[in-house]
Design a protein around this ligand. Structure first.
Ligand SMILES: [Zn+2]
Ligand SMILES: [Zn+2]
Length: 70
């Protein structure tokens, strides 16, 4: 697979959208791997501080509420 931006061989895959990028174009971004609630009602997030990011997609900080699919 080639880099999304320069069409040279890619070194990794964006963990947000799946685009392939080379080392030159790869960026890093904090990725929330998992969100959970503690017993006393706090929201906790497990984060990956330097997840591979393509620089193209726009990962949202907050989950989107889906309309009911009736
Ligand atoms: Zn590239
Ligand atoms: Zn991406």
């Amino acid at each position: 697979m080639n880099c999304w931006k320069c069409d040279r061989p890619a070194h990794g895959i964006c963990c947000f959208c799946g685009r392939a990028v080379c080392k030159e174009h790869a960026q890093t971004l904090v990725r929330i791997a998992h969100i959970y609630h503690t017993r006393d009602g706090k929201h906790m997030a497990l984060v990956v501080p330097d997840a591979l990011y393509c620089g193209e997609c726009q990962p949202r900080q907050d989950p989107i509420e889906l309309e009911s699919l009736e």
